[in-house]
Design a protein around this ligand. Structure first.
Ligand code: SF4
Length: 165
């Protein structure tokens, strides 16, 4: 799993001050994608133990942070590595976690590893970017088909529960 870029404090990728990590790799090929340079999974800095420790330290030292956001690319491009990352970052920071993905919530439930990843994610912004549904005024998403999902409530109720902004 490789990291392309990190925003140490941003208000664009979810509620509050967030530490946003952008991973490389995506195979959704959305028309109009603004991040085509992220599609290849072999670009960026490899997330080894030392880099992971650095990220955790930065997060824990910043008391202003409200949470962590995972983006890309698609963080679910490497589900096994994502799961390991999620377990560790959740255990070591206790921050709420938002994740973006080109998959739908329903897609993720089909794959056992991807489904397990959801246990560590609080809010999922799901679905491919659709140029035809692009509206610049949308909060935290690019096109209106994408949903901002309360993952815990959705899993508990067995149906998608969205958050409205
Ligand atoms: S999921 Fe995101 S990064 Fe991947 S092709 Fe679609 S818009 Fe681009």
């Amino acid at each position: 799993m490789k990291v392309i870029k990190i925003f140490k404090e941003t208000i664009s990728d979810g509620i509050g001050f967030r530490y946003s990590i952008y991973f490389s790799g995506c195979n959704h090929n959305c028309e109009g994608c603004h991040n085509k340079e992220t599609w290849k999974g072999d670009i960026g800095k490899f997330l080894d133990e030392e880099y992971m420790n650095e990220i955790v330290d930065e997060i824990n030292k910043n008391s202003m942070l409200d949470g962590i956001t995972l983006s890309g690319g698609d963080p679910f491009f490497n589900p096994d590595e994502l799961l390991n990352f999620l377990k560790e970052i959740k255990a070591r920071t206790s921050k709420n976690i938002w994740s973006y993905t080109g998959y739908t919530f329903e897609n993720l439930l089909i794959d056992s590893t991807m489904k397990e990843c959801l246990d560590y994610i609080d809010v999922l912004v799901d679905g491919k970017f659709q140029k035809i549904n692009y509206y610049p005024d949308l909060y935290f998403r690019g096109s209106s088909n994408q949903r901002i999902i309360d993952v815990k409530e959705s899993l508990k109720n067995n149906e998608v529960v969205t958050l409205e902004f």
